[in-house]
Design a protein. Structure first.
Length: 163
């Protein structure tokens, strides 16, 4: 009898282990499927990077897939500028060109790019001179430029979401 109990216990343990493994595999598959579905819901990954330094940025269009988004930001900037609602009173625009100028950048957008999500990378063409130096601190921030980008992207998001 003792042998039968241990055989039954061994068989039961093996079945329990197999069932747990199958359950874990199913959970992993469900997670991967849910992740794929979530990624498919993303219209674009918008990355604002190195914005707000004292050197006025020239933002280029780095990805052709998001040219429409770039154009939208460009039109919003022009509209706000015409209404004197931006701090930048110079003739130059932050979003200054419609040409697509691809640029290889290792940045936070890479995992999304690898999964096929369109990228709208808002980053100055020239890196700020203080970037990654001891002067890369609060004194390097231009609050008027930062405020301009807040205004541009407040309108951008409101229009995009039809608010």
């Amino acid at each position: 009898m003792k042998k039968k109990k241990s055989t039954i216990s061994s068989n039961q343990n093996a079945e329990d282990i197999k069932e747990k493994e199958n359950h874990q595999e199913n959970e992993e598959e469900e997670f991967i499927e849910a992740e794929k579905n979530a990624i498919e819901l993303i219209d674009a990954f918008i990355l604002l990077d190195l914005i707000g330094f004292k050197e006025p940025p020239l933002i280029l269009n780095y990805f052709s897939q998001t040219s429409k988004l770039y154009g939208r930001a460009q039109r919003i900037e022009k509209r706000l500028k015409q209404k004197n609602m931006l701090n930048n009173l110079e003739d130059e625009l932050y979003f200054g060109t419609t040409a697509v100028l691809p640029r290889q950048m290792e940045d936070d957008h890479i995992p999304f790019l690898q999964r096929g999500v369109p990228i709208f990378h808002i980053m100055p063409y020239q890196f700020p001179t203080v970037w990654h130096t001891s002067s890369d601190n609060a004194q390097a921030i231009s609050y008027p430029i930062s405020d301009d980008f807040v205004r541009i992207f407040t309108v951008f998001v409101a229009e995009y979401l039809d608010l």
